[in-house]
Design a protein around this ligand. Structure first.
Ligand SMILES: [Zn+2]
Length: 323
């Protein structure tokens, strides 16, 4: 939103105009794609040798046979399995303590129900709302969808209503490339959280769309994993589902999904993965009930916008679901 607001000001526009594709493409016409190599290289000592990232490490020279370039976990290299375990434990402490940004706020925050909001804007009539609520009581479902499908309400109004309700812009799916967006994150997050990566603008901002409910907590996780600024908005139902379908059909980073009972066992498991796969870079973030470990297996996989992979080659994702 911040970025969008700024861009809008530069162009002297109102944020509500962003849902027009012509306006949106003119806003982003100056943004260009460029490739960059991200330094993920752990520190070297004065003598030029790689330093163990575990601050409690005592035996950094005791394993001369160990590869000094890998495994790298979050820009740190561990001189032994024990030291890697300490690095992983510290990351897990950080992630489990990470107060998901909206967990406290939005679950308790009052939002005007969508139906009332649409009514207050004059975008639907009393009888359309009553009709939709009656249908919802009978068969369930989401009020926005019912209004569109059963009550003849224009999908644009529902999208604008959601945009007001969540204070987020309406985003179009123009410029959407399923091939590159499918690599942004494991499919399980697209499915679980309804988050749809839309495009990278100016090689530093990742736009993510939701159908009806932006999730600030997982956006925060994605922001830290991608090292891009993540901006979110609402996407019109039809457009959303069309883009979602093509994204889910495209090739993704190879993903292993595992269940894990508790954090100590998870630390051991992640360490085993790092020791086995020997990544040149890796990162761990929590996405609500999941821990997402992304591995860059070779140096050439470290090219992209922020941390986004350019191909599925030499990349690997692990998704640990906490039960
Ligand atoms: Zn060490």
């Amino acid at each position: 939103m911040l970025f969008l607001g700024k861009k809008m000001e530069e162009h002297g526009m109102d944020v509500s105009m962003v849902d027009s594709p012509e306006v949106a493409s003119s806003i982003w016409k100056d943004d260009f794609y460029s490739s960059s190599v991200i330094p993920h290289v752990p520190a070297l000592s004065n003598s030029g040798r790689r330093v163990c990232g575990n601050i409690q490490c005592t035996g950094s020279w005791s394993a001369p046979w160990r590869n000094r370039k890998r495994p790298v976990f979050e820009t740190q290299w561990g001189c032994s399995g024990r030291c890697v375990l300490e690095l992983v434990r510290a990351a897990l402490r950080r992630e489990s303590g990470e107060k998901a940004v909206d967990e406290d706020v939005s679950q308790h925050q009052h939002r005007m129900p969508l139906g009332l909001l649409l009514l207050s804007q004059g975008w639907i009539t009393h009888s359309q709302l009553q009709n939709a609520l009656r249908i919802q009581r009978g068969q369930g479902g989401r009020i926005g969808e019912i209004l569109i499908a059963e009550c003849g309400v224009n999908a644009d109004y529902v999208a604008r209503g959601l945009s007001l309700q969540w204070n987020r812009p309406v985003l179009g799916a123009h410029g959407f490339s399923p091939r590159s967006m499918a690599l942004v994150m494991p499919k399980v997050f697209v499915e679980q959280f309804g988050m749809l990566p839309l495009r990278v603008a100016g090689s530093r901002i990742l736009y993510v769309g939701f159908e009806d409910r932006p999730d600030a907590s997982v956006l925060f996780g994605l922001e830290r994993m991608s090292e891009l600024r993540v901006e979110s908005g609402l996407v019109k139902t039809e457009e959303y589902h069309a883009a979602l379908r093509s994204l889910l059909e495209d090739k993704v980073v190879e993903t292993r999904e595992e269940f894990c009972g508790e954090v100590d066992a998870l630390a051991v498991r992640i360490t085993a993965v790092l020791e086995q796969k020997q990544p040149v870079a890796s990162r761990l973030v929590r996405m609500r009930q999941f821990y997402w470990l992304r591995l860059w297996l070779e140096t050439r996989s470290l090219r992209g916008f922020g941390n986004l992979p350019q191909s599925s080659e030499d990349m690997m994702d692990y998704v640990f679901r906490m039960s």
